[in-house]
Write a protein that binds this ligand. Structure first.
Ligand code: ADP
Length: 507
């Protein structure tokens, strides 16, 4: 063992024992698989080489086949066929337990050594060579991977059996010494080669296994990392949405408190002025002045009502409690009535209002009250953002089973990047644009929710400085069984609604 260890150390082939032990199962399995492939390939090469030798026997040494040595060579060549074919068949049968191939491999090694020795004994009578034996040993050590214990038994045994065979066959002494020297060195060389290739192969398998194990570790770490990143991302998303909500809440409070404060301040100032004037006996308040203050108080009360209604509605929508009360209604008449009801207000601002429709009458299923609210919101916005001298056009037509209502103005327009955002809550385009009018930025978001509930669409086409066109598309269908209802005209109610919706516009 000392020499063996020394050999391994000298050859730098020593693999750490614990690794060798750890991976011995994998090493043995890979050795077995490699040897099976190599033996099958060697068998094919041998079958080919043996066929050439048999042909040589027949064609070249035909005349000498009567001599027993040549005849034996010929028979030995022939005998190789059944041996090789038998093993070939064995390797092609799927043997369940891979370990059993260990014995088949060992047996073919022994059979080939015996065969090569028989060839070598016989060759003494032809050319006094042991080339078959030497070649077999060399190929075995170089091409097959054998555990050192096996090669340490196999090769010396082959040497001893050759020696005994040669002594029995009575080879002349001079030749015998030469053969002993040759076969002894061959055994030593074969042992060297075999041990080197065994440990090199072990090192290769150990490296492979270490890499595979490390890869597994990396994969596990990677998975763990992905899981951690995922859970942290989820947490961040949660935090982010909480933060967004918080931001929205803060901006809602800031915006709404501003919206509340302005009309309350106006009402309070008007009330204080009135009080002051009423106390002042020297210059009694005129009726027109009184009317002016009262109207200002009223308008700001409407603004407060509008704000509170919007907040309640947004809440109702958020809670999913806003329900539609669908009736078959003439949408053309409904739209025309609303346009007419705001015509005076719009005219007062010196804006031209045009109503145009391609349909005389169109009955569809709508919640009249809510649709009126949407159109009022669009009209009040159009008026808010259009300067005196401008135009507001309301157009109605039918397209692809939808009733289209377009409210177009020649106002300040909306920048492209904000066109879809204005339907979100609390979004207002730069306030500096809209000094003469105020708003909470909730109106369009309520309108969108109402139109969505009607399974319709609302969108805007706009260009800054040129104007905006808000388009509402409502599905054109009626509720079966329900009669087309003629909406009861509640003029007073509508006037109130208009006043409320237009309350944040100062004329
Ligand atoms: P508000 O109550 O503030 O009017 P809306 O939701 O109705 O809220 O409108 C949101 C914002 O969309 C407005 O503040 C304004 O900036 C923009 N906007 C709406 N309609 C128009 C329009 N016709 N022209 C220009 N800007 C508009």
């Amino acid at each position: 063992m000392g020499i063996y260890n020394l050999l391994c150390n000298v050859l730098v082939l020593k693999n750490p024992k614990e690794l060798y032990k750890k991976y011995s199962k994998e090493i043995n399995e890979q050795i077995l698989r490699l040897n099976i492939v190599r033996i099958v390939n060697i068998i094919w090469v041998l079958l080919f080489a043996n066929s050439i030798l048999v042909l040589t026997d027949i064609l070249i040494f035909r005349g000498k086949l009567a001599e027993s040595a040549y005849k034996n060579v010929f028979y030995l060549h022939l005998s190789l066929y059944p041996i090789l074919l038998f093993y070939l068949a064995l390797y092609h049968i799927k043997i369940k337990n891979l370990n059993n191939y260990k014995y088949i491999n060992l047996s073919i090694n022994i059979v080939m050594i015996i065969w090569s020795e028989l060839m070598s004994f016989n060759a003494q009578f032809i050319h006094s060579q042991i080339s078959a034996y030497l070649l077999t040993l060399f190929c075995m050590s170089a091409l097959l991977i054998m555990p050192p214990a096996q090669s340490l038994v196999l090769f010396p045994s082959a040497f001893i059996s050759l020696l005994i065979g040669m002594l029995i066959t009575g080879i002349p002494e001079t030749i015998l010494y030469g053969h002993i020297t040759n076969s002894f060195f061959m055994v030593i060389i074969s042992l060297f080669i075999s041990i080197i290739s065994y440990w090199t192969f072990c090192g290769h398998v150990i490296n492979q296994q270490i890499i595979a194990d490390k890869n597994k570790e990396i994969d596990a770490l990677n998975e763990e990392l992905i899981r951690k990143v995922q859970s942290q991302t989820d947490e961040l998303v949660k935090m982010n949405s909480t933060l967004e909500l918080e931001k929205l809440r803060i901006s809602l409070f800031a915006n709404i408190s501003h919206e509340f404060k302005t009309p309350i301040n106006v009402i309070l100032s008007a009330e204080q002025l009135l009080e002051y004037k009423l106390k002042d006996d020297q210059s009694p308040i005129s009726a027109s002045c009184m009317k002016k203050y009262m109207s200002s108080i009223k308008q700001n009360c409407y603004r407060l009502i509008r704000l509170v209604t919007n907040i309640i509605d947004i809440n109702t929508i958020d809670c999913g409690n806003m329900n539609l009360q669908l009736d078959n209604q003439d949408i053309v008449k409904a739209t025309e009535d609303i346009v007419l009801s705001v015509a005076g207000l719009i005219k007062n601002k010196n804006i031209s209002l045009i109503f145009d429709t391609e349909m005389e009458e169109k009955v569809i299923a709508i919640d009249l009250d809510k649709i009126e609210r949407v159109i009022l919101n669009l009209l009040s916005n159009a008026m808010k953002f259009t300067s005196p001298g401008g135009y507001i056009t309301v157009n109605m037509f039918e397209q692809d089973n939808y009733v289209v209502i377009s409210v177009k103005d020649t106002g300040i327009g909306i920048p492209e990047e904000l066109q879809s955002a204005i339907f979100d809550r609390l979004v207002q385009v730069d306030r500096s644009f809209t000094k003469s009018s105020e708003g909470s930025g909730i109106g369009l978001s309520i309108s969108k929710s109402i139109i969505d509930m009607h399974k319709g669409m609302i969108y805007v086409n706009s260009r800054v400085g040129e104007g905006s066109e808000f388009i509402v598309e409502l599905p054109s269908y009626t509720i079966e069984g329900a009669k087309a209802e003629v909406a009861a005209v509640d003029e007073l109610g509508r006037i109130e609604k208009v006043k409320i919706e237009f309350s944040d516009i100062y004329l």
